[in-house]
Design a binder for this molecule. Structure first.
Ligand SMILES: NC(=O)c1ccc[n+]([C@@H]2O[C@H](COP(=O)([O-])OP(=O)(O)OC[C@H]3O[C@@H](n4cnc5c(N)ncnc54)[C@H](O)[C@@H]3O)[C@@H](O)[C@H]2O)c1
Ligand SMILES: [Zn+2]
Ligand SMILES: [Zn+2]
Length: 391
């Protein structure tokens, strides 16, 4: 089969690799109709995470079950399924409590695993024609319709981007009427803003400096904030004050919920040609109102081979601890516990209440992956989210 393979820093190629096979009786093999490229793939592509050349990458698959192992009883050959990024057993202590991204059985001696990601277990990636899915009855989420129908791009975003956006609002303890600021207008930030709006946010701001992405934020109903035009914290406070903060509530002219959808490769606002991994947390600490919540959904890597001046190789970055303490802010971190949200978000899509595919800008075959990675890495030519059609 053909697959997208990491070759080295800023190099991916399309290679012939051994077909995915059933290895355990609880596995299925899925023939993929779509597989999306993610900002998380770029952390590896940029040579930051120590990915080994030869790694098949990708973790956002949708397809049709081609073969099922003898012990698979719920999923059948021919089922159209989306598969969550963070694979899980469905039975361990953490899975039973709904914390599937911290599954205790998929990465022995540690917790949590993902397809095609350095340091997240030995699972081959999904930017390929076929994918082996372990613990298939737990991991395959059935979706209706036919391959490549009108909802194909909505369903593929259930593998990661939409669930992560939703998870970010959950980490921020979202409630109706909240004021929300999302930093980062990539697929994750846009879908976090979209989720906040679905969940009844009164105001949603999206901060970035890439015009096409800010335009998308406006299209989904959020207020775009361009950090190249000045301090985004001051811009949002200005906006809130102009709209009228109630008398007596003047110190609450920030937001109640702040979301980091950028991660450790954040740009320094003063000089966006360089990275500053502390930029977003320090902006959020200034912006979030006393008693507010912050969600950190952007990835902070355990191992960074080329840290920025304010970063470190082991992810120990400086954070404004005292401001967060003073304001009594709660901070939630981490990977999305996909299975908590996948079926619920699928049902919103099927009911016509959500169209996450609004963030998809590019399509291609596996052969187009090297070029799509190149333009995505530069966030150039209006690319936000690219979906490959592997077969
Ligand atoms: N928690 C999870 O389970 C999970 C799942 C998927 C992705 N992620 C992570 O979420 C992050 C976003 O993913 P994506 O696919 O949207 O990536 P992306 O790179 O397309 O988007 C990031 C955006 O942040 C913007 N940005 C950079 N510096 C900024 C700053 N200082 N202030 C505001 N915006 C800034 C960039 O211009 C870019 O548009 C990545 O770190 C990714 O690894 C986490
Ligand atoms: Zn992803
Ligand atoms: Zn488990």
């Amino acid at each position: 089969m053909k697959a997208v393979v990491y070759e080295g820093t800023r190099e991916v190629g399309v290679h012939d690799v051994a077909d995915a096979e059933i290895e355990e009786p609880t596995d299925v093999v899925v023939r993929l109709t779509s597989s999306a490229i993610c900002g998380t793939d770029l952390h590896m592509y940029d040579g930051r995470t120590g990915a080994e050349p030869g790694l098949v990458i990708g973790h956002e698959p949708l397809g049709v079950v081609e073969r099922a192992g003898d012990a698979v009883s719920v999923v059948k050959q021919g089922d159209r399924v989306v598969i969550p990024t963070h694979l899980f057993c469905g039975l361990c202590f953490n899975c039973r409590r709904g914390y599937t991204a911290a599954c205790l059985r998929v990465r022995p001696g540690s917790f949590g695993a993902a397809y095609g990601y350095a340091g997240m277990g030995a699972y081959r990636g999904a930017q390929a024609q076929l994918l082996r899915v372990p613990f298939a009855d737990a991991n395959c989420v059935r979706v209706p319709g036919e391959p490549l129908d009108d909802l194909e791009d909505d369903f593929v975003l259930l593998a990661d981007a939409f669930v992560t956006g939703w998870h970010a609002t959950e980490l921020a303890r979202m409630e109706a009427g909240a004021t929300v600021a999302v930093f980062g207008a990539g697929a994750i930030g846009l879908l976090a803003a979209y989720s906040a709006l679905i969940r009844g946010a009164a105001e949603v701001y999206v901060v970035d400096y890439i015009h096409e992405r800010l335009d998308k934020a406006g299209q989904i109903g959020a207020t775009p904030v361009d950090f190249s035009k000045g301090d985004p914290v001051e811009q949002i406070r200005e906006h809130r004050r102009r709209a009228g903060v109630p008398i007596g509530e003047e110190p609450m002219d920030g937001v109640s919920k702040g979301i980091d959808a950028v991660g450790f490769q954040a740009k320094d606002r003063g000089d966006p040609t360089r990275e500053n991994p502390t930029q977003v947390i320090s902006d959020l600490a200034r912006l979030v109102d006393p008693t507010g919540n912050i969600a950190v959904a952007g990835v902070y890597a355990q191992k960074d081979l080329d840290p920025a001046p304010d970063g470190t190789a082991d992810g120990h970055i400086r954070a404004p601890w005292a401001t967060l303490f003073d304001k009594g802010v709660s901070v939630g971190f981490g990977r999305t516990h996909d299975r908590r949200y996948t079926t619920m978000l699928r049902d919103l899509v099927v009911a016509g209440r959500a169209r996450p595919s609004a963030v998809v800008t590019n399509h291609g075959t596996l052969e187009d992956a090297p070029n799509l990675f190149k333009i995505f890495d530069r966030r150039a030519d209006g690319i936000v989210k690219a979906v490959l059609r592997p077969n």
